[in-house]
Structures are given as structure tokens and as C-alpha cells.
Design a protein around this ligand. Structure first.
Ligand code: SF4
Length: 138
């Protein structure tokens, strides 16, 4: 089990009623000390907004590009997918509900710093015939 992240969150402001409001998505969560937002991964701690999932991932996978919401984008190629726990939506048909609504994130997540993900992507790119660098393709 890895340690929970306490990464400083951005995009929030203080309200007059002793709450802080997250400005990251349209839910505009207004939090008291110790509360989490609807996404469950941003929370108020020590009077600041923090992100509890920074540098942590719930899974990595090489997917066919056709699984992504991209139309005719390098058909037949592959893409490195990764994600984190939590979601600000609440779709009743969510196929990833065990991750998106998980309250057991510490057990589910692996360490995944942005640098480590970039290094993994470069390694995969150099060893794959089908993986495409998105930046180079745009
Ligand atoms: S759901 Fe999460 S990202 Fe959206 S406003 Fe609330 S705390 Fe911020």
C-alpha cells in the first residue's frame, strides 16, 4: 500500500462563510475542514485544497486506439492508458464504478509520478510497432 498524496490543489478560493470552494469543475464543491469534494479525491486539509491522487494511478494498460473517443485517429495503433481513482460524475451505467467511486483508494493505487509515466511511455514507444506518440501526431 502506498502513502496517500497531499499534493497542493490549485483552482479554489475562500468563501466568506468559512468554506473554501473548488473551482476545478462545475460542481463548485464548498468544503469545510476535512471534507472531500464529490469527486472524493480533492479535499480540504489544513485550510488548503489538496489532491489525494497526485502521482498515483489505479491502472496502466496498452489499449487499441479504437477504445478512445477519437475518430479515425491512427486506426490500428495502440495507446498507453492510465487513470486515477475518483470522478466528478455519477453515471448510473459507469463501467469503472469500482475505481470511480472507490473509497478504498489506498489499496487500489500504485505509485505513478508524471516522470515515471513519461519514462514508461518512452520505453513502450521504442519497443512497439503500433504505439504512436500523441504529441508527434498532432
Ligand atoms: S467534484 Fe472535485 S473537482 Fe469538482 S468541484 Fe468538487 S472537489 Fe472540485
Amino acid at each position: 500500500m502506498i502513502k496517500e498524496s497531499r499534493h497542493p490543489g490549485r483552482y479554489w478560493h475562500r468563501l466568506e462563510n468559512d468554506r473554501i470552494q473548488c473551482d476545478l469543475c462545475p460542481r463548485d464543491c464548498k468544503l469545510r475542514e476535512g471534507q472531500r469534494g464529490a469527486c472524493f479525491v480533492r479535499m480540504r486539509q489544513d485550510d488548503q485544497m489538496i489532491l489525494t491522487t497526485y502521482g498515483r494511478s489505479s491502472g496502466f494498460c496498452i489499449d487499441p486506439i479504437e477504445k478512445k473517443p477519437l475518430n479515425h485517429f491512427y486506426p490500428g495503433s495502440s495507446v498507453l492508458s492510465f487513470g486515477t481513482a475518483g470522478c466528478n460524475l455519477a453515471c448510473k451505467f459507469c463501467q469503472n464504478w469500482d475505481i470511480s467511486k472507490s473509497r478504498d483508494m489506498d489499496r487500489l493505487m500504485d505509485q505513478a509520478s508524471p516522470d515515471a509515466i513519461a519514462i514508461a511511455a518512452e520505453k513502450l514507444l521504442s519497443s512497439s510497432n503500433t504505439l504512436r506518440p500523441l504529441a508527434a501526431a498532432l
